[in-house]
Design a protein around this ligand. Structure first.
Ligand SMILES: Cc1cc2nc3c(=O)[nH]c(=O)nc-3n(C[C@H](O)[C@H](O)[C@H](O)COP(=O)(O)OP(=O)(O)OC[C@H]3O[C@@H](n4cnc5c(N)ncnc54)[C@H](O)[C@@H]3O)c2cc1C
Length: 475
């Protein structure tokens, strides 16, 4: 790591002049520690030398010019809700926190877009869009904490992907600051573009390894219809998965199709102090949201879906009759990780397997087999309609946290190899970070890696952007 410059007193003063008083944290280990880790867990953390909090694009540019000149590593950071160590400054240097760039700049009704800074909390954007009669369709389960810039940088998915797609689909335009400090503007307030290579698509999911995203133009959907939530409980996972394909293929407007397994529901309902129906005999639950423009359409939608679930073997299908019922169902889904972490604070959330829907039953079977072989208890949560599965393993009681950090990484690597063998990949939405860097590299052909590393070099010749992540070596 000797190639990188250190932040001397002189550089500290220069950074301070660039972002103003209160914009730089240095020599305060307690304050710096808040930026040393993300929701992957403290065990994967690493301390930065400094945290810099710019308030606008010009300040980001000024910071990047200093970092580029001095070869200081820079790790952009949103809310730190990532689950793979993406925002962890592995090489030290600067954590560039976008938390002060948190304004919704415009809701443009004619072009049906919102223009936002990267530090806007996802749910604040959803609320602002709804107030104007629109829908912002991004819906990660972390919607109340994650930032829109982090959603774009990880190409976040979530609970509405089967209907609306992931964040890449919602972002029409972006302003970004290159490692050199130059500012680029991509896309705009329009919905199609064959105007050269799509750099905006390249930045989506690039996890802060290419540029700092400083502004986004996001698509707003027309006001959605009415929705109803259904909870179906199943005696076996095979029957549950059979219904998923049939529900999605039903021609009804399905917004969400989410899965929770028995173990996860047990620990999460204990944590929340509630129960779900049929808990003692259900192997898993489907939470399905159906939309319709009229009451009749809605009724037809949920009756069809309910019948499919029952025909496939569900014990029961509960239709939420009120907002309170719906909130209770979604509360368990949204708190799945917290529920597992209440059981064991070392529960590991990096698992994000992606397989074709037809391979989901086999993938779940293999997850269970491998967990048993590795002597690991797991809970499973899944955006099952997308084929995206999150196994959440608990640390064996007799294992140290340090050993667990390595063991869990190897366990996930074994699962990722199974997902790849089934025609899938190792992440559907959380990204690579550093936790999955090695297995990512192993999974690509030399020709593809050469191309990808060439792109990285073209953006970032000194490898200062988030070193140690994705295709960036640590030194
Ligand atoms: C309880 C819980 C539930 C979750 N559910 C989901 C889910 O349903 N779907 C899903 O996709 N994810 C989910 N996540 C993961 C996480 O919330 C997402 O990955 C989210 O998009 C991260 O946003 P953030 O602002 O916290 O980014 P951070 O964690 O701060 O950063 C993530 C990555 O983006 C980069 N980055 C951040 N901002 C910028 C920027 N402005 N410019 C360039 N790079 C940047 C960082 O360097 C890092 O590599 C969940 C997490 C938790 C804790």
């Amino acid at each position: 790591m000797e190639q990188y410059g250190a932040i001397t007193e002189e550089i500290y003063q220069e950074l301070l002049a660039a972002v103003g008083p209160g914009g730089v944290i240095m020599n305060d280990s307690e304050a710096l520690d808040n930026y040393a880790w993300d929701q992957a867990g403290r065990i994967w953390g690493h301390m930065p030398e400094a945290v810099v909090k710019p308030a606008d694009t010009a300040q980001v540019s000024a910071v990047m010019k200093i970092a580029s000149r001095e070869h200081i590593p820079v790790t952009p950071r949103g809310a730190g809700s990532g689950l793979n160590g993406g925002a962890v400054p592995l090489a030290g240097g600067i954590v560039l926190s976008l938390e002060r760039m948190n304004r919704i700049l415009e809701i443009d009704k004619i072009n049906r877009v919102a223009v936002v800074e990267p530090g806007v909390v996802t749910n604040d954007l959803c609320r602002a869009a709804a107030e104007e009669g629109f829908l912002y369709a991004g819906y990660p389960m972390s919607t109340e904490t994650s930032f829109i810039g982090g959603n774009f940088a990880t190409n976040a998915g979530g609970g509405k992907v089967i209907r609306y797609g992931n964040t890449r689909r919602h972002v029409l335009g972006a302003e970004a600051v290159l490692p050199s400090g130059e500012i680029i503007n991509l896309g705009g307030r329009f919905r199609k573009d064959t105007w050269g290579y799509s750099l905006i698509n390249l930045l989506a999911g690039s996890e802060g390894t290419l540029a700092v995203v400083t502004k986004l133009i996001v698509n707003l959907e027309p006001k959605p219809g009415k929705t109803v939530n259904l909870l179906a409980c199943y005696p076996t996972l095979e029957e549950l998965v059979e219904s998923v394909a049939k529900v999605i293929g039903s021609g009804k407007r399905i917004i969400s199709c989410e899965f929770m397994d028995k173990n996860l529901v047990k620990y999460t309902t204990e944590y929340l102090g509630c129960t779900l129906p049929e808990q003692d005999r259900s192997e898993g639950y489907l939470l399905i949201q159906v939309e319709g423009d009229t009451e009749a359409q809605l009724e037809d939608g949920y009756e069809t879906v309910g019948k499919i679930c029952l025909d496939c073997g569900a014990f029961e299908v509960f239709v939420a009759e009120s907002r309170t019922d719906s909130a209770a169902m979604w509360n368990v889904r949204q708190n799945g990780l917290e529920g597992m972490r209440a059981r064991d604070p070392h529960a590991c959330a990096s698992g994000d397997l992606m397989v074709p829907l037809s391979s989901v039953p086999e993938m779940i079977r293999r997850i269970k087999e491998i967990s048993a072989e590795w002597n690991i208890e797991i809970g499973i949560i899944s955006h099952i309609g997308d084929g995206n599965i999150h196994p959440i393993p608990l640390k064996p009681a007799d294992m140290t946290p340090e050993h667990w950090a390595r063991y869990a990484e190897e366990f996930f690597t074994a699962l990722i190899r199974e997902a790849i063998a089934l025609g899938g990949v190792g992440s559907g939405e959380h990204g690579v970070g550093h936790v999955k860097q090695k297995v990512l590299m192993d999974s690509k052909s030399p020709a593809e890696i050469e191309l990808l590393q060439g792109i990285k070099r073209a953006f970032d010749p000194y490898n200062i952007m988030n070193p140690g992540k994705m295709f960036s070596p640590l030194d």
